[in-house]
Design a protein around this ligand. Structure first.
Ligand code: FAD
Length: 381
């Protein structure tokens, strides 16, 4: 489906192996306890996946967004929390790659599996409208100090690098800085007990007079939108597309297995003898296949530099998130009370699927953005 070369396929096969042998083993416990998937992240780091997008000359694997999408699809089928943490890491890496020489040390560390990145865009003051940070950097000798209330930061307390947005010190626009885990003034200010994606530690974080030298500025002060929307967003959107597909695939697989395996003793028939359940399975399968085909088409548009690529990059997350919600809902209904209990692993997919709807840009935002582009209006009105 992803039209990969033999070389590219080795990454996907390795990801599938890790997904089945490591991620799937811990996913239930991670969800139950709401704990960080340490074993899964360690396995990804060890196998070189932290450096998937990083050029070979910096020690990475030099792979494309197409390979990343296929890898994230595999990971999400086993543990959506791990896939999301990995998505945030790659979004951060693509920001560092805006200035590969300046961030060479960080990129080399990531390629070696020693640096996990994340994004801290959402703020208490502007909520889901992350493109409009309210915190403002203050000029200081050799850089700035930053105080900010970041409302959700995936991998909080675990990520080594936090790509944080703010208003530039001169007030001319946004600015994006690399904040490091051990920087003075950085703290976690809340817990994480989510409905879904329970393993990703998306805690609120507070920055209080954090000193950030000019060497931490990513891109230009005042032009942070180029980094947020031009570097982080495309990777975030594509990976979210792949997570939606992976979660929907997991729901379908669990439903298919259950419906094919169990039946009614008193009639000697199986659940699969019921035409309504076969129809539900057919609908789920088609939805997953359509979503994966759209993901691959959008990757192709990005690679080709098509004029409408950005419209589809925006539409992809909304479309994929809604597919995951629909398919996991169909699977829950088709598998009855067995799905309502935890042993099929279906209700986890049902809960995990819902996170993408409300993660910014939310489905509401994306429909508005796509609608504005379709009628010739600028993205932000
Ligand atoms: C599991 C999880 C992990 C996350 N991880 C991170 C992270 O690592 N980094 C990060 O920066 N953020 C992260 N977030 C935050 C996320 O991106 C959003 O900022 C957050 O979910 C928004 O929640 P809110 O309550 O502030 O929404 P609100 O802004 O209060 O929105 C409420 C509703 O209003 C709608 N709405 C808001 N504005 C508009 C508009 N202009 N047009 C139409 N409808 C609108 C929304 O769609 C939503 O339905 C995470 C969120 C979740 C759920």
């Amino acid at each position: 489906m992803y039209s990969l070369s033999a070389d590219q396929l080795t990454f996907v096969q390795k990801a599938r192996e890790l997904a089945q042998n490591v991620l799937a083993t811990h996913a239930g416990d991670v969800d139950e306890k709401g704990r960080f998937p340490t074993e899964s992240l360690a396995a990804l780091a060890e196998a070189g996946f932290y450096g998937l997008l990083i050029p070979k000359e910096l020690g990475g694997q030099g792979q494309s967004l197409r390979v990343l999408a296929a890898v994230v699809d595999e990971l999400a089928q086993a543990c959506a929390s791990t896939a999301m943490i990995y998505m945030m890491h790659n979004s951060a890496v693509n920001c560092y790659l805006a200035e590969p020489e300046k961030f060479a040390d960080v990129l080399k560390d990531a390629a070696m599996g020693r640096h996990l990145g994340t994004l801290a865009f959402s703020e208490k003051g502007s909520r889901s409208q992350f493109w409009a940070p309210v915190s403002r950097a203050v000029s200081a000798s050799g850089g700035v100090t930053l105080s900010a209330q970041k409302s959700w930061v995936t991998s909080a307390g675990h990520a080594d690098g936090i790509v944080a947005s703010c208003i530039s010190a001169d007030g001319s626009g946004a600015a994006v800085y690399l904040v490091k885990k051990n920087d003075g003034g950085l703290s976690i200010t809340g817990g994480w007990n989510g409905l879904g994606m329970r393993g990703n530690q998306s805690n609120p974080m507070t920055l209080e007079d954090v000193d950030l030298g000019d060497e931490r500025l990513i891109g230009e002060a005042g032009k942070g939108a180029d980094i947020m929307l031009g570097k982080a967003l495309p990777v975030f959107q594509l990976c979210q597309g792949a997570i939606g597909v992976g979660v929907a695939e997991a729901a379908f697989q669990a439903a298919q297995k259950h419906i094919t395996a169990v039946g009614f003793e008193h009639t000697g028939t199986k659940l699969s003898d019921l035409p309504n359940l076969r129809a539900a399975l057919a609908e789920m399968r088609l939805e997953v296949d359509k979503a994966r085909a759209y993901l691959v088409a959008v990757v192709g548009k990005l690679e080709a530099g098509d004029a409408d690529a950005m419209l589809h990059v925006l539409a992809l997350k909304a479309s994929s998130a809604e597919t995951a919600v629909k398919v996991s809902d169909l699977a829950m209904r088709a598998c009855g009370g067995a799905a309502f209990s935890k042993h099929l692993g279906l209700e986890r997919a049902f809960r995990d699927a819902r996170a993408a709807i409300v993660m910014a840009p939310t489905t509401d935002h994306l429909r508005e953005f796509v609608g504005r582009l379709l009628v010739g209006l600028p993205l932000f009105g």
